[in-house]
Design a protein. Structure first.
Lengths: 281, 323
């Protein structure tokens, strides 16, 4: 009672607790950034975040640290992530329009099925999907990471878009239907433009989750020239071990840059997306 | 909110009012909608048949076979499941490690998420900045880069021991000690409490102010208000966060893989279930046994989720639960 009451009368206590907590939360990240520009011998002897000497060579050594330039891994990751984003935007919005606006027999059953797959662990389908893609000759291609998105396997985003479509006024598409617009025209000219905020949220989370995904490329890609950024880091870690922490941390920092930029620009949208649907991000 | 939806969906899968609410009736659109609706759903239907339901049935069959990737499956009955329980100590170890990880990390993560959300609730100056800072680790945390960072922090000559040394403490090598390795993974999970925190914050905002005003008139103190209003009103969110975090934690893979170098070591102390499944299916290409492991994991997660739903009747408070 007394502690709560004092916290209310003196809000600075709340701020002190929150600031201390925030420092603990962010310290590892700042330390990693600082270590990536320190000469290697200082990484271990100096836990501070203000480097006494600055040395950019970690980045140049890390960039070529595994024989293949890290730029290759970035290009590969971007190709896969952008492909996945396009797939999710197309397939999930089509399904969400049907669930959110059209009436058809079996809608409730299919919708419940869709919600059920949201909770299905990926590992339940991992092995048979691998066998399927293996037999299709898709191992060592990007198709296992991209093609499923065009079949709307990420039910989470369908749900997000259905929620959004439910909140859109129906008058516009009813009026268009009376004017003789087909359901595809309603989807294309009315729903999609209004759905933009949900599409952006979908694109951001799809990009981040695909970019960070480690398990799928680990299973499907064994040709090093096809490796994604997380695989490149893992290769670096495995091939150099403890011996070159500086370059390894430098490449780790670089790998976080795309997601961090998205965070800086779109944090409110990401947080709103999580609050609305209870996302896993 | 999603929590209500999840519960109702489980209670009455095909006739729930929440589902009816979610899919608004168009009615007068009539027959034309029927045909085209399936065209819009075509990719999703193909996906669920070819990539979800079909594979699940296939793997149920594979789990009853001995199946090397380059051979063909031959039926062995329940032999794979017998092997799991009677001939495979690593399976039991993986199960134990994973259950310990879930039981430790989920409650701790939710406790931090709720505590910070309560501190952040109401018109606090700098709310947006705090929220962003606390959220950031959960956005970055799933990456390999963060797992590498964590490995460095908790290694013998890592950041944590450097700091401990300033206080005269000579810390162990956390990641290579079977006693502590799993704890470092728990700490990594707890560090990422930002996303349940954001959901708690959204839930706190939904609690009507009038409830507090009314109870203040009745003379209830802050503590009483927390236990009589805030916590009961928040139980659907607690439940939702708990279920989602639990399902996610059972599937944790990347941090254990990176921190143990893919082995699950030291001494199998970080052998997550998914890591063992990966070793069996994609290290040894034993697709039959791997499928049995996958189905058993699915069974565990489904059972745990069902238990959570059953228990929720006793502790989750639904405002509109008159129905």
């Amino acid at each position: 009672m007394s502690s709560m009451a004092s916290m209310r009368s003196r809000p600075w206590i709340r701020h002190v607790v929150l600031i201390l907590g925030a420092i603990v939360m962010v310290y590892p990240l700042v330390w990693m950034l600082a270590s990536s520009i320190k000469p290697e011998r200082l990484i271990f002897s100096d836990p501070g975040i203000w480097p006494s000497e600055i040395d950019g060579s970690n980045y140049s050594r890390g960039w070529n640290g595994v024989g293949i330039p890290f730029g290759n891994f970035f290009v590969n990751s971007f190709i896969i992530s952008v492909g996945a984003v396009i797939g999710n935007l197309v397939a999930c919005s089509l399904a969400a329009y049907a669930f959110g606006r059209l009436s058809f027999p079996g809608r409730k059953t299919l919708f419940a099925l869709m919600l059920g797959t949201m909770m299905l662990p990926a590992h339940a389908t991992l092995i048979p999907q691998y066998i399927l893609f293996f037999n299709l000759g898709w191992v060592n291609t990007y198709l296992p990471m991209i093609a499923p998105k065009f079949l709307a396997v990420d039910a989470f985003f369908i749900f997000l878009m259905v929620q959004f479509i439910r909140g859109l006024p129906k008058e516009l598409d009813e009026a268009a239907a009376i004017d003789g617009a087909s359901s595809f025209e309603v989807y294309w000219h009315i729903i999609l433009p209004l759905l933009r905020p949900a599409l952006i949220t979908t694109a951001l989370f799809t990009f981040i989750w695909t970019y960070d995904d480690f398990l799928t490329p680990l299973i499907y890609l064994s040709d090093m020239t096809l490796y994604t950024v997380p695989q490149g880091l893992r290769l670096f870690l495995a091939s150099t071990g403890q011996s070159s922490w500086g370059p390894l941390l430098a490449m780790s920092v670089l790998s976080l840059v795309p997601v961090f930029i998205i965070f800086l620009i779109f944090q409110n949208r990401l947080i709103e997306g999580i609050s609305r649907t209870g996302g896993k991000g | 909110m999603m929590g209500v939806l999840l519960r109702q969906a489980a209670d009455r899968p095909f006739a729930s009012s929440a589902l009816a609410m979610l899919a608004p009736k168009i009615g007068r659109r009539g027959r034309r909608g029927n045909v085209s609706a399936y065209l819009f759903l075509l990719p999703w239907i193909a996906g669920i048949l070819v990539l979800t339901l079909g594979p699940m049935l296939a793997s149920l069959y594979f789990s009853l076979t001995s199946f090397e990737l380059f051979g063909s499956p031959h039926f062995v009955g329940l032999a794979n499941y017998e092997r799991m329980f009677f001939q495979d100590p690593r399976f039991l170890q993986a199960l134990e490690v994973t259950v310990a990880y879930v039981l430790l990390s989920v409650p701790l993560k939710l406790a931090f998420a709720l505590a910070i959300a309560l501190l952040l609730n109401r018109q606090l100056r700098g709310l947006g900045v705090y929220r962003a800072i606390y959220y950031l680790p959960s956005l970055l945390g799933g990456s390999v880069a963060i797992a590498i960072m964590w490995r460095q922090i908790f290694s013998y000559d890592g950041l944590l021991n450097e700091i401990l040394l300033k206080f005269g403490i000579d810390g162990p090598s956390w990641i290579s000690s079977p006693d502590y390795a799993l704890d470092t993974l728990v700490a990594l999970a707890v560090w990422q409490f930002g996303s349940p925190m954001v959901i708690f914050l959204a839930g706190l905002k939904q609690i009507p102010k009038e409830l507090y005003d009314a109870s203040a008139v009745d003379g209830a103190g802050k503590i009483a208000q927390f236990f009589r209003i805030t916590l009961p009103m928040l139980t659907p969110i607690v439940f939702f966060n708990f279920v989602m975090q639990m399902i996610g934690s059972f599937q944790a893979f990347t941090p254990a893989f990176i921190i143990s170098g893919g082995t699950g070591g030291p001494a199998d102390s970080t052998l997550f279930y998914t890591l063992y499944l990966y070793q069996v299916a994609f290290g040894d290409f034993q697709m039959g046994y791997g499928s049995a492991l996958a189905w058993f994991l699915l069974g565990i997660i489904a059972t745990a989720t069902a238990l959570a739903f059953i228990s929720s009747r006793y502790w989750v408070f639904y405002e509109d639960s008159g129905a």
